[in-house]
Ligand binder design. Structure first.
Ligand code: NI
Length: 357
């Protein structure tokens, strides 16, 4: 009797194990599918300017979202977008033209800034600071709040590019960039991390007082798509406070980490969003010659160039490119200078990749 009792129990146990295994596998599948679809949702949430960014870089439109989704689909079905390599450049131009013409206002983007340096204040800093003991002053005086303004008339007829440097400030590397900007009559834009401001405060202050522009790159470099609105505001507010403590003013422009931004987030942050259209991928290749070559091959009037002032190679690449671009009639301006020269009124509902006249 015991034998017959034991067998069905064993079978039941096996069946239960099988069921548990099946449920586990199914659950895992559901979780994986959930995350995959969530990722797609993120892409989908991206706005019209993301479409243009993708078109600029890859001539592909598989990712789009927001207001222009249907319009981009129309363009696609009208064969405005094709994958034939020979016609790639031509088609890209048509596509960008089409998308631009659909927009209420022209696309714009740019930014710049540099910063860096801790020990020896240079002459221009001394002359630009209005306070008697600028180095000792941690918190800027009223006079400090106006950084050095350039006469923009000198850039009439020049092609303009905005060099922008993310993820700093960094005492070890940013200062060398600052040391060399005057050679090319250049000013740039820095998108700094709030978490790095304090330990690199003198560098940040030097950059600002030279006339470079300081923007926010958030506090902790988190993907804003993965934060709730309270967390997003914490990232923004904490960074703006850190920057204001050092240079006396809050930044007005933001570059979201990874370029991740959408309409919803833009409404929360209440800042101007500056992305880029030339991605040097300097953090990956760490090769000054490659970086310079990429910039020289892709530079155009109104371009915003993305670099990171954490790497010597990025600084070298930028300076090399400036040397040649200057001879080609380019001038190197901050985002604020660019928008003034291009006569653009920034709109908080738009992410800017480059600027047009
Ligand atoms: Ni970054």
């Amino acid at each position: 009797m015991e034998y017959y009792e034991i067998v069905p129990i064993k079978r039941k146990t096996k069946f239960t194990k099988f069921l548990i295994g099946l449920i586990t596998i199914l659950s895992l599948l559901i979780v994986i599918i959930f995350f995959l679809s969530k990722e797609k949702l993120y892409e989908f949430q991206r706005d019209e300017t993301y479409v243009v960014a993708k078109a600029n870089k890859n001539n592909k439109t598989e990712k789009w979202g927001g207001l222009y989704k249907d319009k981009v689909k129309d363009l696609k079905s009208n064969n405005q977008i094709i994958s034939n390599e020979k016609e790639e450049v031509e088609q890209k131009e048509i596509f960008i033209e089409e998308v631009n013409s659909l927009e209420p206002e022209n696309l714009v983007s740019a930014e710049n800034e540099t910063d860096n340096m801790e020990v020896i204040p240079n002459e221009e800093e001394e002359t630009n600071l209005a306070t008697p003991n600028p180095i000792e002053e941690k918190i800027s005086s009223e006079e400090d709040k106006n950084n050095f303004k350039r006469d923009l008339g000198q850039f009439e007829g020049k092609k303009l590019v905005a060099f922008t440097f993310d993820d700093g400030p960094n005492n070890e590397t940013t200062n060398r960039l600052l040391d060399n900007l005057d050679k090319y009559n250049a000013r740039v834009t820095f998108f700094v991390l709030g978490s790095r401001v304090n330990e690199n405060a003198e560098t940040l202050k030097r950059a600002y007082n030279m006339g470079n522009q300081i923007g926010s790159h958030t506090y902790n470099h988190k993907n804003l798509f993965k934060l709730n609105s309270t967390q997003i505001m914490e990232e923004i507010t904490a960074t703006n406070n850190e920057i204001k403590n050092i240079i006396g003013v809050e930044p007005t422009i933001l570059r979201p980490p990874y370029g991740n931004i959408n309409c919803e987030i833009r409404n929360i942050i209440n800042m101007y969003t500056i992305l880029w259209d030339l991605d040097t991928e300097d953090w990956k290749n760490k090769d000054a010659n490659l970086i310079a070559e990429y910039i020289l091959n892709n530079a155009h009037d109104g371009a915003i160039i993305l670099l990171h002032d954490l790497y010597e190679t990025s600084i070298d690449g930028a300076l090399q490119a400036m040397e040649i671009l200057e001879q080609e009639g380019y001038a190197f301006v901050t985002i604020d200078e660019m928008i003034e020269l291009k006569n653009v009124e920034l709109d908080k509902n738009i992410s800017y990749h480059y600027f047009t006249d």
